[in-house]
Ligand binder design. Structure first.
Ligand SMILES: *Cc1c(COP(=O)(O)O)cnc(C)c1O
Length: 450
């Protein structure tokens, strides 16, 4: 490495590395070389607060001694063995821990490697379940999802997704999905007031289920917050109602907690906020503290039982990923859960959640702020051209990007979602660092809307 100059690295980065969700013709390299707690350091020695948790996955900070040690210890045993027909102690122990922690009823764990695959697995399990459960319902082949949903970028997870700007291109490749409007208190459906968003959404859900439940295998939802949609925070009670109605109409519920799980909302799992037990719980991002690609799809004994039989019956789940259940990932996931206990992460988050709320209240008073929303240590600040009409800025004007470009100059790394400035720091962020993030955002907004 020493023989490669920083300029050479930047050139190669621009020419060779195809970055996701990035216009490579305009890409300006930012090459991060080291982490230190909630700070990242680039190859020039510049330090940045990691205001996006390295895209929503870091939990306890970078280079946490406990997590580093867990990885090293696992390396002294074995880096990888397949989960196809065999196992290893670390992965088994992680399954035990997850089942113990998860909402009641989730008793089995299918491991894969990313959020998209965690959802894909749940979709396929739900489909196959209805074909081979005790009283098969093979006509249940469709999925119900919310508009603006984001469940990952594989074809199956895009099919249940609904972010037009990402997904419209691939429409000819996708399977048809039944769709409900996202219950968005800031942008309710026409004729619905903010206070009526919950009852309106629950009413629509009930009528779709009443009419179509015979053909719907499962409903897939991001519990509490539709993150990639721009941090749309659902009205309290919606998730609970979704669980009650899907149960009433015998539609399976897939909770995609890839973004909101692992403590983000202030509880280990977002479903706990409304005492909900889904039929499938999808975890990824923070599962390994942001260290290793690993995902888990938890499910119930009802689903599991439908896949049991003799080899000749071919009821097994014919789906797998080479690195599913990887022991290095499992080791660092176990250590991530240990650190939650040792550092009392969920309790020590509370003052940070309150501090973030104070900052948001102040920022909400700035010009061109349409809406601020927060759930735990996750926030979205929506910039609009006109507050009164909620008229959005045209996305080509890059207002959100301009805010984040400015924040970077103040040493804070952020990534917007269109006109929504997103703050998702590691749960280990300090109050002081949170103040610096908020100041950088505030200064960035003043400039970007001037
Ligand atoms: C990020 C995300 C995914 C996709 O996870 P990947 O690991 O990027 O595949 C799925 N669902 C939600 C809610 C997400 O935020």
């Amino acid at each position: 490495m020493p023989s490669v100059s920083r300029e050479q690295l930047a050139r190669w980065d621009r020419q060779l590395v195809w970055h996701p969700f990035t216009q490579m013709a305009e890409y300006e390299p930012l090459i991060l070389e080291q982490g230190d707690g909630c700070t990242l350091i680039d190859i020039h020695g510049n330090r940045y607060i990691d205001g996006t948790s390295s895209l929503w996955c870091n939990v306890h900070g970078h280079r946490h001694p406990r997590l580093d040690a867990a990885l090293r210890q696992q390396l002294d045993r074995v880096a990888h063995v397949t989960a196809l027909g065999c196992s290893n102690p670390t992965t088994i122990r992680l399954a035990r821990r997850l089942v113990d922690l998860a909402p009641p009823g989730l008793q089995h764990v299918f491991f894969s490697d990313d959020g998209a695959t965690a959802v894909e697995v749940a979709l396929k399990l739900a489909f196959q379940y209805w074909r081979q459960c005790e009283r098969p319902r093979p006509e249940k082949t469709r999925y119900l999802a919310l508009s603006e949903a984001y469940h990952g970028d594989t074809i199956g997870s895009v099919s249940v997704g609904g972010v037009a700007r990402f997904h419209a291109m691939f429409k000819p490749l996708l399977f048809a999905t039944d769709r409900l409007p996202a219950p968005d208190p800031y942008r309710p459906p026409p004729g619905v007031s903010e206070g009526e968003v919950l009852s309106d959404a629950v009413g629509r859900l009930e009528s779709v289920l009443a009419e179509h439940h015979q053909r719907i295998a499962a409903m897939v939802i991001e519990p509490l917050v539709q993150a990639a949609a721009g941090m749309i925070v659902h009205p309290p009670g919606y998730l609970r109602a979704v669980r009650e109605l899907t149960r009433k109409y015998d539609v399976l519920l897939i909770a995609d907690e890839v973004a909101v799980g692992m403590g983000r909302t202030g509880k280990m799992f977002a479903c706990e906020q409304e005492q909900v037990s889904p039929d499938f719980l999808c975890l990824a991002k923070g599962l390994t503290g942001g260290y290793m690609p690993m995902a888990a799809t938890l499910t119930t004994d009802r689903i599991w039982q439908a896949f049991l039989g003799t080899y000749a019956e071919s009821k097994a789940f014919f789906h797998g990923h080479t690195y599913g259940g990887n022991p290095l990932g499992a080791a660092v996931a176990l250590a991530t859960l240990d650190v939650f206990d040792e550092e009392q992460t969920l309790a020590t988050m509370q003052p940070k959640i309150a501090r973030l709320a104070e900052h948001l209240e102040r920022i909400a008073g700035l010009a061109h702020i349409g809406h601020v929303r927060q759930c735990g240590l996750l926030a979205g600040i929506e910039l609009v051209r006109r507050e009164a009409t909620k008229e959005p800025y045209p996305w080509e004007e890059k207002r959100g990007i301009r805010v984040c470009d400015h924040a970077r100059k103040e040493g804070v790394l952020l990534r917007p979602l269109g006109n929504v400035v997103v703050i998702i720091p590691p749960l280990a962020i300090s109050l002081d660092q949170l103040d610096r993030i908020a100041a950088a955002v505030e200064n960035g907004i003043r400039r970007a809307v001037a």
